[in-house]
Write a protein that binds this ligand. Structure first.
Ligand code: SF4
Length: 197
């Protein structure tokens, strides 16, 4: 593992910056290929993630793996993390203060990995990173902000309660990797929302 990524991992494991450290079983640092073209960002660890100390290992993780497989992408080839690295009690949405306290870790992960695009999974990540809301309205869209590209899609956990979103997630992940292929060829991609404009 890249030493800088490992350094963040160790800091996250020991972190006591916010009160979520008092109720967690394990912190959940990001995981995956630190040379990935894409960093996936979800909300926060759930029960299974908290138990194992690994991101996206529960049903939501299986849904994401399924969508990646459907697009011909292995889970090992990507990097995945969350806005908040410790589980909020009863899976509540992390507070703004918890998200702010944890933000630095995410920024560091992104600045080390330097992905071609960041895939935002669900409303909390959308709100925390881009100040957005209503992900179901904006999913499938490409955002540019501060010279970085973002792709918006639903959180895989949403597909557990709404089966129709499995198709949506699958389609979005196919689109995401089509975009990555274009970016790797140095092609211009069409931006849906440009925050730098
Ligand atoms: S949620 Fe983030 S800031 Fe809070 S204790 Fe965990 S790693 Fe630290």
């Amino acid at each position: 593992m890249d030493s800088k990524v490992e350094e963040i991992r160790q800091k996250v494991i020991k972190c006591t910056k916010c009160d979520l450290s008092k109720t967690r079983t394990n912190s959940v640092p990001g995981k995956g290929n630190f040379q990935s073209d894409v960093v996936f960002v979800g909300e926060a660890p759930g029960r299974n993630e908290d138990k194992k100390g690994e991101p996206f290992v529960g049903i939501a993780g299986q849904r994401l793996s399924g969508a990646l497989e459907n697009a011909g992408i292995s889970r090992e080839s990507i990097y995945i993390t969350n806005v908040v690295k410790c589980r909020p009690p009863n899976n509540r949405v992390p507070t703004v203060s918890e998200r702010d306290m944890c933000h630095d870790y995410l920024q560091k992960e992104i600045s080390i990995i330097k992905p071609k695009i960041i895939c935002i999974l669900g409303n909390t990540a959308f709100n925390s990173i881009l100040g957005g809301s209503e992900i179901t309205k904006y999913r499938g869209k490409i955002v540019k902000k501060d010279e970085r590209y973002y792709f918006l899609t639903v959180h895989p956990a949403a597909t557990i309660y709404n089966q129709e979103l499995i198709t949506v997630l699958n389609q979005d992940i196919i689109k995401l990797f089509d975009l990555i292929r274009e970016l790797k060829k140095g092609k211009q991609i069409s931006i849906d929302i440009d925050y730098s404009a």
